[in-house]
Design a protein around this ligand. Structure first.
Ligand SMILES: Cc1cc2nc3c(=O)[nH]c(=O)nc-3n(C[C@H](O)[C@H](O)[C@H](O)COP(=O)(O)O)c2cc1C
Length: 220
């Protein structure tokens, strides 16, 4: 499965089977996490068979059930956008490995995450991980025209990027972002809303895959 195919098939999954994450898949995820930490200075980690954060021993916890594995997205305060960008790389990698995921900013027990966080860092999100009871369902999306602005005709690669951006997971499915096309260049901004800066990083990652990385030069 390519990353683009992963974008098409990924949906948030909150109910998991007891099947563990296979060791070879965990190794692939760990290797990617190490690479990202090395490149960015983040403190991302993988927790396997840890029932506490989602109270996996209980029949359900909020809308979660059976989640015993997750990625801890810990980074320096202010790194919201990078957390989204690199976390989504891990989400899509997990999808290509046949695993399901869900970004989680709120509905987990922070105190039950067995990870010590360096000074000046914080846990932004967990990414729930495992074998889903289902593959989830597509989210409702705003029409593309409400997610971008352009005063001139846009090329096909831009629309391909927009289609991938609209499939990005965003907190409470709010899609509080705007992508602007001007003079062949693209910029993206987060609008007001909870976690919208993390969402922006996720959306930019999707846009680059849809549009083709070579086409995209982000303007500030
Ligand atoms: C940054 C972020 C935080 C999220 N936090 C939560 C959360 O705390 N609890 C939850 O159940 N879902 C959470 N979600 C999942 C969103 O509700 C979900 O991505 C959105 O509804 C779109 O659905 P989809 O992921 O299936 O496309 C979060 C998503 C993102 C991107």
């Amino acid at each position: 499965m390519t990353e683009y195919e992963a974008i098409l098939s990924r949906h948030s999954v909150r109910r998991y089977t007891p099947e563990p994450v296979e060791p070879e898949k965990a190794e692939i995820l760990k290797k990617k996490i190490d690479e990202i930490n090395e490149k960015t200075g983040m403190a991302i980690s993988l927790c396997l068979d840890e029932p506490g954060a989602f109270m996996a021993e209980k029949p359900s916890y909020g809308s979660f059930s059976g989640c015993r594995n997750y990625i801890v997205m810990a980074a320096r305060k202010g790194d919201d956008e990078a957390v989204g960008y690199y976390g989504e790389a891990l989400v899509l990698l997990a999808q290509t490995l046949g695993l399901n995921t869900c970004w989680v900013a709120l509905t987990f027990e922070k105190g039950a995450v067995p990870v010590s966080i360096p000074e000046g860092f914080k846990i932004f999100d967990l990414i729930a991980l495992g074998h889903g009871q289902t593959q989830g369902v597509p989210h409702r999306s705003k029409p593309l025209e409400r997610l971008y602005k352009a005063k001139e005709p846009v090329p096909d690669w831009f629309m391909d990027g927009m289609k991938a951006a609209a499939l990005a997971p965003t907190a409470i499915n709010q899609q509080r972002f705007l992508i602007v096309y001007k003079d062949g260049k693209v910029s993206a901004k987060a609008l007001l809303g909870p976690c919208s800066k993390t969402d922006l990083g996720i959306v930019k990652y999707h846009f680059e895959i849809g549009a083709g990385k070579d086409n995209v030069i982000w303007e500030d």
